[in-house]
Design a protein. Structure first.
Length: 298
């Protein structure tokens, strides 16, 4: 007998996100409800699917294999749903975009695309996770390892981390070089809790702690707080190159490090993107080829 479909949907999200907490947020459930459904599925199958560790979970070998199989089924369901949905007009591009990329990189350049291609109507959608995109999107700009099953992709830009603040923050706090990390307020994101340790290692500050760490729900809100002179935020320097060049942002420490994730343009394998999607892809790749990929930190 097959497990109930809602239970499989919960398992698919938990396996994909490697987290009961993130799966709960995606599905608008409580972590306890996710854990209970996973436990019932494990009882149904007669073996554990996750190892329960301190504050995290990890797929067992059986859970990993089952997750891949269930993930393929749900990918097929999403693709079938998109194909069964009413097709957009030929001049409309339905694009899904990772929120930070959308706000920091795409929006400032959108007028350039629209002036070149005034006949293209854009329908831009976004969400919390690059693992779950709107099924009606024909192409997507996603952050990840580039290992989504049965997807084709173009590399766009690496996810890098630099620490930035405004000159006004240092002036307001009376901070002058040489700066001490213990005098700094760090504006961190709950979405990327490991980024601070990665950057501290690159900066040689592993043993240092900031004066205060303020946690925000997203990178965007942490960065908005930095722009309002509240402290130091961790951002991709490619996304703030203009502000750095103009001196509106500065890097008190020049350290830059990379994560294991990158930004990709993706579309379903075997799917022939419509002309408007091919036009956008050519423009997007031309934009990245035309800009300097090594950001020089002042």
């Amino acid at each position: 007998m097959l497990p109930p479909l809602p239970t499989l949907r919960i398992f698919e999200a938990a396996a994909r996100r490697q987290s009961f907490l993130l799966a709960a947020g995606e599905l608008h459930l409580t972590p306890g409800a996710v854990s209970k459904q996973i436990r019932q599925l494990e009882l149904h199958l007669g073996q554990p699917l996750f190892e329960r560790l301190h504050r995290q979970v990890r797929l067992t070998p059986a859970g990993h294999a089952y997750g891949l199989a269930i993930g393929r089924i749900f990918d097929d369901l999403r693709t079938a749903t998109a194909q069964a949905s009413a097709a957009p007009a030929p001049d409309t591009l339905v694009l899904w975009c990772a929120p930070w990329f959308l706000k920091a990189w795409l929006l400032p350049r959108l007028d350039g695309f629209r002036s070149l291609y005034p006949g293209v109507q854009l329908d831009i959608r976004t969400g919390d996770s690059s693992d779950t995109i709107d099924p009606q999107a024909v192409i997507a700009i996603r952050l990840g390892l580039g290992t989504w099953p049965r997807m084709r992709h173009d590399f766009l830009v690496a996810q890098e981390i630099a620490a930035v603040c405004t000159p006004g923050y240092l002036l307001r706090k009376g901070l002058v070089p040489p700066l001490r990390f213990g005098d700094i307020v760090v504006l961190d994101s709950a979405n990327t809790p490991h980024h601070l340790d990665l950057w501290k290692q690159a900066a040689g500050l592993e043993r240092e702690t900031p004066r205060e760490r303020i946690l925000f729900q997203s990178n965007e809100t942490a960065f908005a707080a930095a722009l309002s002179d509240h402290g130091l935020a961790l951002v991709n320097p490619h996304f703030v190159a203009k502000q750095l060049a103009e001196g509106r942002l500065i890097c008190p420490w020049r350290a830059v490090t990379k994560t294991d994730r990158n930004y990709w343009l993706t579309w379903a394998e075997g799917f022939d993107p419509p002309p408007v999607a091919r036009t956008f892809r050519k423009w997007l790749l031309r934009e990245f080829r035309g800009q300097k990929m090594e950001v020089s930190l002042p």
